[in-house]
Write a protein that binds this ligand. Structure first.
Ligand code: KDO
Length: 334
């Protein structure tokens, strides 16, 4: 008896919902449901400055016609699978890396090379340079992904749970260094002289805590944000990669915007990138002291030895065979 009542109640609710939906459909574009939802998936934490800037600057700027729906901590897609998800139409946005692009389009490995970008401003100039147009177009035509802007992640530093003092790449021999799981990242780990071990960003803390790895590399704000300093003893200021990410959007979604909406999205992306960049640079400047106060050793190794070793490894590598002719010189000249 109670089952019958329950069933009728559910049916009634269904009919009611269907009728309401049909009724609302008639109102068309005036309704909020017509806004496009921009789901973004990223392993970044919600307190990461790129995440903060996208939430505080990008989202409100596009709110009239789009709902920004971020999924941080890789809760929607696993790190490194986002580009494929966009290409398949399962995701609208991501904060992708040159390393992820390089695993699909080898020429992009040029931007994974250690000691290539000089600083945040250099990254911006490179991204805006004419020689980037064919690179960006290839990403659009092969992956259906538009790269909106470049986001500054910061200078990557070696962060170890072991005591051993590191002066040169030779001192890194035998160190199990966590790297993200793509060929370009693993190559960087070995170019630093270490034994690279692939681990997803969200698993680093546990890998350090359990000793599955001896260390990891990331910019200082990421180290603090994800509390890696709780499970490590030292930070070696190698600054081996001035790291970046690209804010990426589905080309199909982009093409469906009006030219006016595209201009709004582009400006919102650039403004968010700029806001994040400023905050990230400030944090980098102040965090050295924070880690010293937390009891970690923080010091600069023989940078010339690291630079020479790493650059040599890249220039001799198979990766370099896929780099567009003359591009390293053009990047250096900017
Ligand atoms: C990381 O996995 O070490 C890395 O720093 C790589 C970056 O390209 C980027 O994916 C980043 O993680 C995440 O956004 C988390 O900060």
């Amino acid at each position: 008896m109670s089952g019958r009542i329950a069933r009728r109640a559910v049916l009634g609710a269904t009919v009611g919902a269907a009728a309401l939906a049909a009724c609302l459909a008639g109102f068309g574009p005036a309704l909020a449901q017509d806004k496009v939802t921009l789901r973004l998936s990223s392993p970044a934490t919600p307190t990461d400055q790129r995440a903060v800037a996208l939430t505080e600057v990008f989202a409100p700027a596009v709110a009239e016609f789009a709902t920004f729906e971020p999924h941080w901590n890789a809760t929607l897609f696993k790190q490194g699978t986002e580009l494929e998800a966009i290409a398949r139409g399962n995701l609208e946005m991501s904060i992708t890396s040159a390393q992820e692009l390089a695993s699909l389009i080898p020429a992009w490995s040029i931007f994974t090379a250690g000691y290539l970008h000089r600083d945040a401003e250099h990254q911006k100039r490179v991204f805006a340079a004419d020689f980037m147009t064919p690179m960006k177009e290839e990403v659009e035509s092969t992956l259906g992904v538009k790269l909106l802007t470049v986001m500054y992640l910061g200078r990557r530093q070696v962060n170890l749970r072991v005591d051993k003092e590191i002066k040169t790449p030779a001192d890194m021999a035998g160190i199990k260094l966590r790297m993200p799981n793509t060929d370009a990242w693993l190559f960087l780990g070995s170019a630093l002289g270490a034994n690279p071990v692939p681990v997803a960003f969200t698993e680093i803390y546990t890998a350090l805590q359990t000793g599955a790895v001896d260390g990891q590399d990331n910019p200082l704000p990421s180290v603090r944000d994800s509390k890696f300093h709780e499970v490590t003893k030292q930070i070696v200021l190698t600054s081996h990669l001035v790291d970046l990410n690209y804010l990426a959007i589905s080309k199909k979604v982009w093409d469906a915007f009006t030219p006016e909406q595209q201009a709004v999205v582009q400006k919102a992306a650039d403004d968010a990138a700029e806001a994040g960049r400023r905050k990230q640079l400030d944090l980098e400047a102040e965090l050295e002291q924070f880690f010293k106060d937390a009891g970690l050793k923080v010091y600069t190794p023989d940078l010339e030895a690291f630079r020479t070793h790493v650059q040599q490894k890249y220039l001799e590598s198979d990766l370099a065979k896929d780099w567009p002719e003359g591009m390293v010189d053009k990047i250096n000249a900017l």
